[in-house]
Design a protein around this ligand. Structure first.
Ligand SMILES: *Cc1c(COP(=O)(O)O)cnc(C)c1O
Length: 452
């Protein structure tokens, strides 16, 4: 693209566009990047500069950009039909996709309900859980148990079960009431015991609330293995299983939000597999279409699905849906995504790369301002601190995360921080040489910006 046109586009962006989670005052003052193309694991801007896509275009890209098999699948679907409703009608790619999803999902999940974003998949899960207990005659079960630091999306229902005050405090009066339990955050919990003891300790916080309030609680909502948006807070091994058992013991459902963790990101297809857990409801989105198109799915069991069956006049149907639920183009992309997982053995090829990533991250520990490094497969959070000895956080005003990210751009790596946490979440398709380059650049940038 010629320079004049690139310049004009940037000006129009600043004139007409309002970006999500972005302080537009800063945005308009600073020079901005406009992406024009993608190729493999790289993004290419309107000035022709290439960047390694270090956070998978916000955690959703799986096999890279412009993947021929997915491109072709979407084009082929386009030749048939771009969209037709899923309300009272069905279509070919969604039926095929549903069968595939159930085949790869944790055992016991048997039904798929579609929406178009991660937030919407959580909304559907919440309503499903609530309505389930209403149909079961448990009318007092009208609220949820959420975890501190949880993130489940930005619509008001999903914000209600979220626990990140930095994002959501302002909306407090608009939210429904919930119960909250502390979540694992080993780095900032002064807990001395083993991992197993820490898992017990964290689960006991959940049990304390359930013991007292289970009659009012529909479900426990959680991100399995890793709380993403909170800053990649990992959970001790065994914790998820303990929560699963507690939910059973106190007759509440377990909703596993796998929007970020699903589709290979933690090294298995779904994070729940690491602990042989089947949730009552599983939310999937981000990686479901390999980062191609908006689609999400809420998976559940026969037990819950059957509770909604009844005579037409009983009005027991699940009254929820969207115009673009199960969009055929998105379903076609998702099918191609899963086919690649199978044919290219994506998960098997990922294992040595996860190992390499762990090794490369180890080098970062030498840096004075790296407080904690957390990893679950290809999900990584590097927490930067002002003083490592007392784990003192950097004040927000120092903008340490954004400064590291800007430095990384100069070196051809695209990242997005979460406060003082540098997030790495590369596409599963990243090459070993690119992975090394990613970690090397992060090392240099942290060293450079923190002056250590
Ligand atoms: C991103 C995310 C969501 C929200 O998904 P959107 O598609 O952005 O609405 C929900 N839950 C988790 C765990 C996420 O990471």
């Amino acid at each position: 693209m010629n320079r004049a046109l690139a310049k004009e586009l940037e000006a129009w962006d600043k004139k007409y566009v309002w970006h999500p989670f972005t302080q537009m005052k800063d945005w308009r003052q600073d020079p901005q990047l406009v992406i024009e193309k993608g190729e493999g694991n790289a993004l290419i801007d309107t000035k022709g500069r290439r960047y390694l896509d270090g956070v998978s275009s916000l955690w959703c890209n799986v096999h890279g950009h412009r993947v021929k098999k997915i491109d072709d699948a979407v084009k082929a679907q386009l030749e048939k039909i771009a969209h037709s409703t899923f309300l009272g009608l069905s279509h070919v790619p969604a039926i095929r996709l549903s069968k595939k999803l159930i085949e790869i999902a944790p055992k016991g999940l048997t039904k798929v309900f579609y929406s178009d974003s991660g937030s919407a998949s959580v909304e559907a899960a919440l309503k499903m859980a609530y309505q389930y207990w209403q149909w079961k005659g448990q009318k007092s079960k009208t609220t949820f148990l959420k975890l501190k630091n949880a993130y489940h999306g930005d619509t008001l229902g999903s914000v209600s079960v979220g626990g990140i005050s930095l994002f959501h405090e302002i909306f407090h009066p608009l939210l429904f009431k919930t119960f909250e339990a502390d979540a694992p955050y080993r780095y900032r919990d002064s807990f001395a015991g083993s991992d197993a003891e820490y898992a017990d300790f964290c689960a006991s916080k959940i049990e304390a609330v359930l013991k007292k309030h289970h009659r009012r609680i529909c479900a426990v909502v959680m991100e399995p293995l890793m709380q993403g948006a909170a800053g990649m807070l990992d959970q001790p091994r065994g914790y998820l299983k303990l929560v699963r058992n507690l939910a059973k013991k106190y007759s509440v459902l377990l909703i596993a939000d796998e929007v970020a963790t699903g589709f290979g990101r933690t090294g298995k297809m779904f994070a729940c597999e690491h602990e042989n857990v089947t949730p009552d409801i599983l939310c999937a989105a981000k990686g479901i279409t390999a980062g191609y198109l908006p689609l999400s799915a809420t998976l559940t069991t026969d037990k819950i699905y059957n509770a909604f069956l009844g005579e037409y006049g009983e009005l027991k149907a699940f009254f929820h849906g969207h115009t673009y639920s199960a969009n055929p183009l998105a379903c076609a992309a998702a099918l191609a995504n899963l086919e690649i997982f199978e044919k290219d053995k994506t998960l098997a090829k990922l294992q040595p790369k996860i190992k390499l990533l762990t090794e490369e991250l180890l080098k970062l520990e030498q840096l004075e301002h790296v407080g904690d490094i957390r990893q679950a497969g290809f999900m990584v959070g590097i927490e930067l601190v002002k003083d490592r000895n007392v784990k003192q956080p950097y004040p927000l005003a120092e903008r340490i995360g954004p400064r590291v990210i800007l430095e990384a751009r100069k070196r051809g790596v695209m990242l997005r921080p979460l406060g003082n946490v540098i997030v790495l979440m590369p596409p599963l398709s990243i090459k070993e040489s690119e992975l090394k380059m990613l970690c090397r650049v992060v090392y240099q940038c942290v060293e450079n910006v923190t002056g250590a």
